[in-house]
Design a protein around this ligand. Structure first.
Ligand code: MV4
Length: 502
C-alpha cells in the first residue's frame, strides 16, 4: 500500500523509536499525546503532533475513535500501535482497516487466534509445535479437571483462556486444592478479561523463558533467533539478552522452526514473538505468541543487524522484508537493561517527580532508547519504563563489562530508579555464569534490595553540608572571640582564619 505518513499511536521510548524508523525510511511521523505528555520528546521528534485527551490512558492512548480521527485529520495512511495500549486488540486492528488505514501489525484474525490461549494451543498442536502437556479446551467441571490433572500429574497450573501475563493463574499442588483454585482463577479471569474460561497445564519446574523473534512478509516467514528473558520480577522483565547461553545452534534451529510454523499456522504478517519455556532437560514448549513489536526487540536488532521497525514498515508497504540472506547467524552478544522509575530500596514502588538532571550513557557499543529527558515529569498515569540501555559486545563477558561501564555513566536525578539493582545483578557470579531461570530473582532476594550501608547517612550529611556551603557562597565567618569568651581556643581561631583564605 502507498504510505507517506504514519500515525504513532503510542508514547515514550517506543513512540520515539518508531518515529526514528519512519524518518530513516523517508516517511513522515505524526505523534499523539495526552496532557501529561505535552512536553515529551516523542512529540517534538514527530513532524506533527495531535492532542488526543487527558492524562489517563483510558481517555487518551486507549481511545480508538480519537486515534483514527487523528490519523484522518493528519493525513496519515497507516497506524503503528507500538506495544501495550491497543497493540494486541483485534478490534483496534479491524477499526483501523475499516477506516481505510494500514495497521502496522498482523491481521486481526492472527491477533484473535493467539489471544485465545486454548484456541492457540489447538492451532499449535495442529501445526506440530510442541505445547505444554494439558487441556486443549476450557475446563467444564471440577470432576473433569481432576481427571485431567491426575493424568498430567501434579503440580498443575490453572490458566485463564483469555489470559497472558500471569493474570488468573493458580498453581495447584494436590487434587484436594483443585476445585478452589479453579474457582479463584475463573473469578480473577472474569474480572480481568471479562471471560471466566480456564484450562489446565502441567507445571514446568524452574524453566527458562526463551522467546523467538519472527518476521513475515507476503512471500516468506523467518526467525531471528532467541532472546533470553528469564530475569523478571512479578512478570515484569528487567533484563534481556541475545543469544541465550542455553541455546545451541541446533536448538536454535528447532525452536526457530517451531516459531515459524506457529506464525504460519495463523497467517502471520510483520514482526511477532513466540514465547517458550525451556526446561532443564533442554525440552521446549510453546507458551503464547506476542503479536506486536516487543520492548526487548533491540537485543535482536544488535546481534542480527536488522532494524525490526524498518522491516515492519517495509512489510506493510508491500516492499517485502529487507533481510535477504537467511538463515542468519547471531554476531556477538547483546544485553538490554530496563531503566524504570521504581525504587529497589522501597519494594520496587513506582517513584514520581521531575527529572532534574539526566546523563545518558554513550560510547562504543552502547544504545540508549529513552522517552524522557531533563525537565520531564514522571507520573503514575503510565508504566514505569524510563529508558532502555542496550549494549553489544563480541561475547557475553564483554557485553556484561560494557553494561557495567554504561550503568556507571548513567545519572538520573529527581526520581528513584532501579539502577542499583541492575548493578548488583551484573556483578553477581551466578548471573555471570548464565545460571538463570524464571525463579532466579525469587531465589536471589538479596539482589533486590540494596545492602545495608552504615556509612550512608554520613555521606548524605556531608553532601548536605557541602551543598549548604555552596549555597552560602561568598559568606565567610568573622574571626572573633565571642563576648562570653567562647571560641578563644587556638585551634578554633586557626580554623576560622583558614576559612577566610581562598
Ligand atoms: C507456565 C509456567 C510453568 N509451567 N506454564 C506466566 C505468564 C504466562 N505468560 C505464562 N506463565 C507461566 N506459564 C507452565 N505450564 C510458568 C510461567 C511463569 C512465567 C513464564 C514466563 C516468564 C515468567 C514467568 C514467571 C512466572 C511463571
Amino acid at each position: 500500500m502507498h504510505v507517506r505518513r504514519v500515525l504513532v499511536a503510542n508514547r515514550g521510548e517506543i513512540a520515539l523509536r518508531i518515529i526514528r524508523a519512519c524518518h530513516e525510511e523517508g516517511l513522515e511521523a505524526v505523534a499523539v499525546y495526552s496532557d501529561a505528555d505535552s512536553a515529551s520528546p516523542h512529540v517534538r521528534a514527530a513532524d506533527a503532533a495531535i492532542r488526543i485527551g487527558p492524562s489517563p490512558a483510558a481517555q487518551s492512548y486507549l481511545r480508538i475513535d480519537a486515534l483514527i480521527e487523528a490519523a484522518r485529520q493528519s493525513g496519515a495512511q497507516a497506524i503503528h500501535p507500538g506495544y501495550g495500549f491497543l497493540s494486541e486488540r483485534a478490534v483496534f486492528a479491524e477499526a483501523v482497516e475499516r477506516a481505510g488505514l494500514g495497521f502496522i501489525g498482523p491481521p486481526a484474525a492472527a491477533i484473535r487466534a493467539m489471544g485465545d490461549k486454548t484456541e492457540a494451543r489447538r492451532r499449535m498442536q495442529g501445526a506440530g509445535v510442541p505445547v505444554v502437556p494439558g487441556g486443549v479446551a476450557a475446563v467444564e467441571s471440577p470432576k473433569e479437571a481432576t481427571r485431567l490433572a491426575e493424568q498430567l500429574g501434579f503440580p498443575v497450573l490453572v490458566k485463564a483462556s483469555a489470559g497472558g501475563g500471569g493474570k488468573g493463574m493458580r498453581l495447584v499442588q494436590r487434587s484436594g486444592d483443585l476445585k478452589a483454585a479453579l474457582e479463584a482463577a475463573a473469578s480473577e479471569a472474569l474480572k480481568a478479561f471479562g471471560d471466566a474460561a480456564v484450562y489446565l497445564e502441567k507445571f514446568i519446574q524452574r524453566p527458562r523463558h526463551i522467546e523467538i523473534q519472527v518476521l513475515a512478509d507476503q512471500w516468506k516467514t523467518i526467525h531471528l533467533g532467541e532472546r533470553e528473558c528469564s530475569i523478571q520480577r512479578r512478570h515484569q522483565k528487567l533484563l534481556e539478552e541475545s543469544p541465550s547461553v542455553a541455546v545451541s545452534p541446533q536448538l536454535r534451529r528447532e525452536m526457530g522452526q517451531a516459531a515459524v510454523a506457529a506464525a504460519t499456522a495463523v497467517g502471520y504478517r510483520g514482526a511477532g514473538t513466540c514465547e517458550f519455556l525451556l526446561d532443564s532437560a533442554g525440552k521446549f514448549y510453546f507458551l503464547e505468541m506476542n503479536t506486536r513489536i516487543q520492548v526487548e526487540h533491540p537485543v535482536t536488532e544488535l546481534v542480527y543487524s536488522v532494524d525490526l521497525v524498518r522491516e515492519q514498515l517495509r512489510i506493510l508497504r508491500g516492499l517485502g522484508m529487507g533481510v535477504s540472506e537467511w538463515p542468519l547467524a547471531p554476531r556477538g552478544h547483546a544485553i538490554e537493561c530496563r531503566i524504570t522509575s521504581e525504587d529497589p530500596a522501597n519494594g520496587f514502588l513506582p517513584s514520581t517527580g521531575t527529572i532534574e538532571y539526566l546523563q545518558a550513557p554513550a560510547g562504543p557499543g552502547v544504545r540508549w532508547d529513552a522517552g524522557i529527558e531533563t525537565g520531564n515529569t514522571i507520573t503514575l498515569f503510565y508504566d514505569s519504563l524510563l529508558a532502555k540501555l542496550i549494549v553489544h559486545g563480541e561475547d557475553r563477558a564483554t557485553a556484561i563489562r560494557r553494561m557495567r561501564r554504561a550503568l556507571e555513566e548513567l545519572v538520573v536525578v529527581g526520581v528513584a530508579t532501579n539502577q542499583g539493582f541492575l548493578r548488583r545483578l551484573l556483578d553477581d557470579a551466578e548471573f555471570g555464569r548464565g545460571e538463570v531461570d524464571i525463579q532466579f530473582l525469587e531465589r536471589r532476594g538479596d539482589l533486590l534490595a540494596p545492602a545495608a550501608d552504615p556509612a550512608r547517612d554520613g555521606r548524605i550529611a556531608l553532601a548536605a553540608a557541602l551543598a549548604e556551603a555552596q549555597r552560602r557562597g561568598g559568606l565567610k565567618p568573622v574571626v572573633a572571640r565571642e563576648s562570653n569568651g567562647a571560641g578563644a581556643d587556638g585551634w578554633i581561631q586557626a580554623s576560622r582564619i583558614d576559612a577566610l583564605r581562598d
